[in-house]
Ligand binder design. Structure first.
Ligand SMILES: [Cu+2]
Length: 492
């Protein structure tokens, strides 16, 4: 297994970063307003993004201020990069809430262009979803208000979703994590918890962001593949270190905020306990050797310190071919390092007891499905059409359970995301999904057919469904679902 890094430029940065990491210095933004929380562990250089400060004193209410603004940040050491940032940091601050909380976000758009904030994966009213239908103009303010439903504890994230500009604004630095906590979390509180926001970005040698002219050759390749970066970042840092003690078990929440890169996560020589997906914990942990994490997906994993004191290993992303053969980059077969996991010299501790059952994930009742729909994914098109903000593509009723067949008819993967509603995957190419979980995105592989079941239990309105490769989404690979209130009987 090779330990290659993306390119020459990254290699030169890595040596600088490795030195900084040893000194405990991280590639944090220049204008960071809140200090990052130091992660647990003697040798940790991985910094957690700051947590949004709750300014409400009302129990059960989380009220925060959030701005999006241009910023000049040290995204790479030795360079200052013109970027966009939420509250001055990349990643933006983490929104931490509990199930049942009333959330108020006082948002100020200080960007020179319109934006929105989409609360990816949250089950909230359509008008609060931050879809392209609800832009917030340059200089404008908007209060997002919603309640976190019970039973939705998990890892989510937020990002801009303006019409045709999502890829640009996210490449500039706009994304942040959301953690929804359960007051009675089934996993032990004693597990050290880490948040890993995985991103990549492409920089020029002077440290500026490399976002090519769409008409250039690279621009056209990006439009096909989705823009991939030459630098891989975890919480904005290149190859940070997580310290672990032999025998310890850590809980990692991992989010893929990359525009197009799919991660195939593995730690050589050990297995992982996969305990949760987009919409929270499973019923039972799953022992796995690797995890595929497509764009916008999240996983929760338990990392067990099976190594010996003083040893080290690496979280890697293994080769994964999501590409059309004509535009597949030569580097696709490289194994890339994401972070270093270093064991302390302390003697092994007794591993904590872990529950064999975490919660109940009730199956949606497919026998009640009132509609079966076919969604055909081709390059930049859904059901042969490009996005039209004034068109409704699918009309459903509140309370309906539906089965959607998502049919990828082309030679590259498309991660399919539905706003507002968590669904369950029934099968992929006829093979039943081996475990049940709540999902809001599913990676539909080349020429694959996936069946999902979804129930529109609340929140009428217009909802987006789209490919989460941002270049595809921005070029119209999106449609609109309208969930309408139930028919009411006319009074006689
Ligand atoms: Cu796509």
């Amino acid at each position: 297994m090779t330990n290659s890094v993306p390119n020459r430029f990254t290699r030169s940065c890595l040596s600088v970063l490795a030195s900084l990491a040893l000194l405990g210095v991280s590639a944090t933004p220049e204008r960071q307003l809140a200090a990052p929380r130091a992660a647990v562990g003697l040798e940790d250089s991985l910094a957690m993004p700051p947590v949004l400060q709750n300014i409400s004193r009302v129990p059960g209410t989380v009220e925060v201020n959030l701005s999006a603004a241009p910023a000049r940040l040290a995204l790479l050491p030795g360079h200052v990069t013109d970027a966009y940032a939420y509250n001055g940091t990349v990643p933006g601050p983490t929104l931490e809430v509990h199930e049942g909380d009333h959330v108020i976000i006082h948002f100020h758009n200080s960007l020179p262009e319109a934006t929105t904030i989409h609360w990816h994966g949250l089950h909230i009213p359509a008008v609060m979803d931050g879809s392209p239908l609800s832009p917030i103009g340059a200089g404008k303010r908007y209060d997002y208000r919603f309640t976190i439903p019970r039973g939705t504890a998990g890892t989510y994230w937020y990002h801009p979703h303006p019409d045709a500009r999502t890829g640009y604004q996210m490449a500039m630095g706009l994304y942040g994590a959301i953690i929804v906590r359960d007051a009675n979390d089934p996993l032990p509180n004693s597990l050290p918890e880490k948040l890993l926001v995985l991103s990549d970005n492409r920089f020029r040698p002077d440290g500026s962001l490399d976002i090519p002219d769409p008409k250039s050759l690279q621009g056209q390749i990006d439009r096909e593949n989705g823009r991939e970066g030459n630098v891989l970042l975890v919480n904005g840092q290149v190859m940070p270190v997580i310290g672990i003690r032999s025998g310890e078990v850590q809980r990692w929440r991992v989010i893929n905020v990359s525009a197009a890169r799919i991660y195939r996560l593995a730690i050589p020589g050990q297995t992982l306990l996969h305990v949760g997906d987009d919409g929270g914990l499973f019923e039972r942990p799953r022992e796995v050797g690797e995890i595929l994490l497509a764009n916008s997906e999240r996983v929760e994993i338990l990392v067990r310190g099976t190594g010996s004191p003083g040893s080290k290993t690496t979280l890697q992303t293994l080769p994964y071919d999501r590409y059309d053969p004509h535009t597949r980059p030569a580097s696709w077969q490289d194994t890339l390092d994401l972070l270093s996991l270093r064991y302390s010299d302390a003697s092994p501790m007794t591993p904590p007891a872990l529950p064999s059952v975490m919660r109940t994930v009730a199956a949606l009742d497919t026998s009640r499905a009132s509609a079966r729909r076919v969604i055909v994914l081709s390059q930049e098109l859904i059901n042969g059409k490009t996005m039209d903000m004034n068109r409704v593509d699918i009309r459903s009723r509140l309370g309906a359970t539906e089965i959607w067949e998502i049919d990828n008819v082309v030679t590259m993967d498309h991660p399919f995301h539905l706003h507002g509603f968590q669904f369950q995957i029934l099968d992929r190419d006829g093979i039943p999904e081996p475990y049940r979980s709540w999902k809001d995105v599913v990676n539909v592989r080349k020429h694959q057919v996936v069946h999902i079941v979804v129930r529109f239990d609340d929140f009428p309105g217009k909802w987006m469904f789209h490919c989460h490769i941002l270049d595809h989404e921005d070029h119209g690979m999106m449609g609109i679902l309208e969930v309408r209130p139930p028919l009411t009987r006319r009074r006689l």
